[in-house]
Design a protein around this ligand. Sequence first.
Ligand SMILES: [Zn+2]
Length: 195
Amino acid sequence: MIPIRHDTHSASAVAAVPKFVRCAQCGSDWAYLLVREGRGTMHTIWGIGAESARLVAKGKARQALQEMLSNDCEVIPCPDCGALQPEMQPKHRWRLLVHVMAWTIVVLTLILFAYPAIRRSIPTHPNAWILMWTMLTAVWALAVSWVLLHDVNARALSRSEKAAGPNRLVIRGPDLDRLRNPSQPPPAPAASTAL
Ligand SMILES: [Zn+2]
């Protein structure tokens, strides 16, 4: 069999776009920067068309980047009221779900390791086992349904800047104006800081 030389050309592209937010709950205006990296790959056989493969990979990376920049968002609470905007909520719930799944794996692993000990201490009580698994399943089901159904903004105020301190990801005030009108010249430095 003749080995077929197989090359993979990969490219990546990084960019940042400002995302302007008008809070759905309190109406305050702010923005943040969405930074994403797009990746693209293209394969060649026997090194044929390596140059165009590189270009295709680059194009794919740019396209992936463009899609991410227009469709993706960050989960950043409103600085004034702490609300998460509607487009951020599914991502927020997904992250919570990942936490629940990670904890599920931790608990199941612990049970697996503790199994011989638990078995000795609950020797011949099938009901105890049934009870334990029923309770664990109930707790798990409660946690998952809470993640999927709870009102994300019920305790929003605790995420506001007033309660949680300044959020460095949030762009407001003069910086926000400059982001809206990039053609405006930057303001002269108010006071020079002597070093
Ligand atoms: Zn708000």
